[in-house]
Ligand binder design. Structure first.
Ligand SMILES: Cc1cc2nc3c(=O)[nH]c(=O)nc-3n(C[C@H](O)[C@H](O)[C@H](O)COP(=O)(O)O)c2cc1C
Length: 132
């Protein structure tokens, strides 16, 4: 199993409805490619976890990286891992509620994950919040 995790900044004109569209498209296309993962949106940033066959993950990521709805992508991790973490989610998504933090949203979404993966994702979210 191969996974890629990145964060990016959302273009200002992109709102919640457009993010929902992105997720709908991502779900269909990822299901066709046996890709799964997680997308978290806090109004300013995306944090995405993509997993599957390496060539498929990298091919989708290449397109995502060219998508003009976000910019300043930073890959936080990419490489082989022991197992799939989000088997049930072609692309789970969460819009962070008002008053909620990115870290809190991530913590809720990773409850079924391996402990080290959960810790890694929460750590990334915390670091992003400090940097923001
Ligand atoms: C933050 C973000 C996450 C995305 N995640 C996915 C994804 O997981 N899978 C996917 O197929 N497309 C995803 N997309 C959409 C792709 O960038 C692209 O628009 C879509 O795959 C259609 O590609 P095409 O127009 O080249 O056919 C995402 C876009 C953004 C901005």
């Amino acid at each position: 199993m191969y996974r890629l995790i990145y964060v990016s900044s959302v273009r200002p004109h992109v709102g919640v409805l457009e993010v929902e569209q992105i997720v709908d498209v991502a779900r269909d296309r990822n299901a066709d490619r046996d890709l799964t993962g997680l997308l978290i949106y806090d109004g300013k940033r995306f944090l995405q976890y993509l997993e599957g066959e390496e060539a498929k993950v990298e091919a989708v990521f290449e397109r995502i990286a060219e998508d003009e709805r976000h910019y300043a992508l930073v890959v936080l991790a990419r490489g082989d891992v022991q197992r799939r973490q989000f088997p049930d989610w072609a692309m789970a998504s969460r819009n962070v509620d008002d008053g909620d933090t990115l870290t809190m949203a991530v913590a809720r979404m990773v409850q079924g994950c391996d402990e080290h993966v959960a810790a890694e994702l929460i750590g990334f979210a915390e670091a992003r919040e400090k940097a923001a």
